[in-house]
Design a protein. Sequence first.
Length: 276
Amino acid sequence: MKTWFITGTSSGFGRKLTEKLLERGDRVAATVRNATALTDLQARYGDRLWVATLDLTDPAAIRRVVDAAFAELGRIEVVVSNAAYGLFGASEEVTDEQIRHQIDTNLVGSIQLIRAVLPYLRAQGGGRIMQLSSAGGQTTYPNFSLYHATKWGIEGFAETVAKEVAPFNIGVTIVEPGATHTNFASGLVQAPVMEAYEHTPAGDVRRALLGNTFPIPGDADKMAQAMLDSADHAPAPLRLALGRDTYADVRAALVARLAALDAQREIAQSMVQEGA
């Protein structure tokens, strides 16, 4: 039996992972924003489910909840940083308040969670951190600029942490799901619409998403199982791409960036001091 710590367990991947882990006999320390979100699972699984309310925009609360989870449960083998949401709107449309909340939740909150658990994982001799990103951690789509900013940012942070903590037997995996049938779309926070963007790629994506014509091929159950399986792989995979669309979009983005880099090879290599 392993013990997992998972944020954002009210719905989506967090809820799916929690259900699968409890069904197979593991323990879960689950965080939610709504204290009653997991009452059905608490009634069914008793003390194998530890629940705490947590707002990721509150760094002090993150530390309190992490401290309490390790104090009450002892060793926690896997930490899943899952809680996040999407801000939907062209970059000119989103408000200053929306920008701040998106960054504080998805990026700063995830950073602070990882920082809070590292001392415990080091002290116990190792563990695994699973950071939920998305295909949008390496690709971009109109109307998701702030969401992408947080996912590209957390991928850079997590990849660096992986190098820093490898000597302590701590593995880090960045999970990149594609479009999946979860509640992500319904949970999008939308920016005020500007008419200027109606007949642009941003307007096209808005109509596709709100009109339910945006393709969503991913199977949430299969993806959750792949995440659970990856926790047993050693060494930890740095990235876990999940979804046919993730593979196609991320590969296309990487190939395009590599081609652009190769096209600048001559000028890049000429930028050296004389005699160097």
